[in-house]
Design a protein around this ligand. Structure first.
Ligand code: GDP
Ligand code: MG
Length: 226
């Protein structure tokens, strides 16, 4: 178990009166690296890499980092129109599901973590998912966008394989990409999401930064039922 910043998470939850474990839904196209990201965050293998999530039933599988944080890995999109429609419906119903505490209903999912593939030239499916599915059902301040596979951006040219880090040119490119993703979503949905972060699950590069980012944007209060 990875206990990185465990006590911060614990004290934020306590001071804000949040319900725990905090439930984070993982969303992204198949192959973006959702399972790899979970494994990197957990520091051990909790999710199978290179396989969908229980494709038979499209069930959403959950893994608990510790008492205070739980992730729900959803089936990825990008598997064909029919399958995508089905996945989108599942994601929506999960985002709209509720839980009850002291006779009050709250949104069950506290935050969504949307993973994009930094190696892909076409982020169309990802934006579709964000604009038409995720941001329709959960507010932008609860949506973390994270770009994985930073090592594959710019065709992998400015990735330093010996240090496992990007060269300055790639850093510039990625920084700009994060701003433009945030800007595009602001224009298309009028919702301001936190500036996305980039990382590489394969190289374990910036995965602590991803966790820092999640913690920095933990909700200020319980999520009201929609
Ligand atoms: N180069 C590179 N490959 C990655 C990275 N993260 C995941 N992959 C690879 O991408 C493929 C899909 O990863 P997986 O975690 O199963 O994606 P999922 O379908 O979203 O759960 C696997 O072959 C991984 O090894 C990364 O940061 N860089
Ligand atoms: Mg997976």
């Amino acid at each position: 178990m990875n206990t990185y910043r465990f006590s911060d998470i614990q004290s934020i939850i306590a001071s804000r009166g949040l319900l725990y474990p905090l439930d984070v839904m993982l969303v992204g196209a198949t192959g973006t690296g959702k399972s790899s990201t979970l494994n990197a965050l957990f520091g051990s293998e909790v999710a199978k890499v290179g396989t969908g999530v229980d494709p038979e039933t499209q069930k959403i599988s959950s893994s608990r980092l510790h008492e205070y944080l739980r992730f729900h890995d959803s089936a990825g999109l990008g598997d064909g129109i029919e399958a995508d429609r089905h996945h989108a419906k599942n994601i929506t119903s999960q985002l709209l599901s509720t839980c009850t505490c002291n006779n009050e209903d709250y949104g069950f999912i506290d935050m969504a973590l949307v993973i994009l593939d930094g190696g892909s030239r076409d982020l169309g499916t990802a934006f579709d998912l964000l604009e038409r599915v995720v941001l329709e059902s959960i507010s932008g301040d609860r949506v973390i966008v994270a770009v994985n596979q930073a090592d594959m951006a710019m065709k992998g040219r400015y990735w330093n394989h010996s240090t496992g880090r990007p060269e300055p040119r790639l850093v510039d490119f990625l920084e700009n990409q994060m701003l433009s993703i945030q800007q595009r979503l602001l224009e298309s949905t009028s919702q301001r999401i936190p500036k996305p972060v980039y990382y590489s699950a394969a190289y374990n590069y910036n995965t602590d930064a991803l966790m820092d980012h999640i913690i920095r944007h933990m909700p200020k209060k319980r999520r009201p039922k929609i």
